[in-house]
Design a protein around this ligand. Structure first.
Ligand code: NDP
Length: 280
């Protein structure tokens, strides 16, 4: 059986390493994860192959197809609909189902590090309003947290707040606030700060999404979704401020383990450690 990653480009992806390690660990020796580089013009043909081949169990979907893969699917899970993005496709009774496992991966990694969201009563501040911010906002709201979203482009933050508020009227503070000094006033009272921007991601490792003039709180949790580098400038700054700091590599493993479960039926808990270890 095969599973693959559909995106453009995909050569940099670490998904093959961790998924293949997991197949091996549970004795699925005839399963293989491949990287399927798929420019826009080839997406239809690629999804036709996924649908028609009995040797393909499903796929992961990444940039730039997380939204535009949706017309090629028979069903989209309520989670993926709420988040507005599909990152995993699997088959059930001949149908192609789109789902999203990023939100599960984020929650599973918080659990791995012993962060109990129920006990964090100060709400969460999300930096960013792109695809990952949508998954993180959904995860936190599902867990009962109040969420505030700030983004460099205010329109995108406002849109995200408005979309989430349609589903969860009481869990969002503000209307998507302009990124900058406003963070100073907001952060002081938040017990969880999540970086969902790409500022600080290789090769932009010198960037830090935290506004220069905004002091950071000195207690609580800072989660940075970035996994390359393993320690970002933002994480260094938060460590210096004594926050509990977590980077994004564990979320990467956990979202992969949740997808693995959809394709193989093997419980994600059985492979998440193998995946974490395979990522080094
Ligand atoms: P998107 O391209 O959808 O969104 C990028 C976000 O970053 C936007 O909100 C954008 O703001 C903001 N941004 C970019 N540059 C800056 C900057 N210099 N200062 C402030 N804000 C900035 O990306 P994703 O949401 O898909 O991914 C974001 C990051 O999360 C990536 O680094 C990705 O690798 C990582 N990620 C990690 C995962 C994991 O499993 N650990 C899973 C998914 C993503 P604007 O709207 O103004 O452009």
């Amino acid at each position: 059986m095969k599973v693959g990653l559909i995106g453009f480009p995909v050569a940099h992806s670490m998904s093959g390493v961790m998924q293949n390690a997991a197949f091996k660990a549970v004795g699925l020796d005839d399963w293989k994860y491949e990287l399927w580089n798929t420019p826009h013009m080839d997406l239809g043909a690629r999804m036709k192959t996924v649908r028609e081949s009995d040797e393909i169990a499903g796929c992961n979907v990444t940039i730039p197809h997380k939204q535009n893969v949706q017309p090629y699917l028979d069903e989209i899970s309520p989670h993926a609909q709420a988040i507005g993005a599909v990152n995993t496709v699997y088959k059930r009774e001949g149908k192609l189902i789109g789902d999203n496992t990023d939100w599960l991966g984020f929650l599973a990694d918080l659990g791995f590090y012993g962060v109990d969201l129920v006990r964090l009563d100060g709400g969460a501040l999300i930096l960013g309003a792109g695809g990952s911010a949508r998954a993180v906002a959904y995860a936190l709201i599902q867990s009962g947290m109040r969420v505030t979203i700030v983004n460099r482009s205010p329109e995108r933050a406002t849109q995200l707040v408005s979309d989430m508020r349609k589903l969860f009227p009481d869990h969002l503070d503000g209307d998507g606030i302009y990124y900058g000094r406003s963070v100073l006033y907001l952060a002081a009272h938040r017990s969880l700060i999540v970086n969902c921007t790409s500022a600080g991601m290789w090769p932009r490792d010198n960037e830090n999404p935290w506004p220069e003039d905004a002091p950071m709180p000195s207690e609580g949790v800072l989660y940075d979704l970035i996994y390359k580098p393993r320690v970002t400038k933002l994480m260094e700054q938060a460590q210096a401020n004594s926050l509990h700091v977590i980077g994004g590599i564990g979320m990467l493993a956990e979202q992969g383990a949740a997808a693995f479960e959809k394709w193989t039926g093997v419980n994600s808990a059985e492979v998440s450690m193998v995946m974490r270890e395979s990522l080094g």
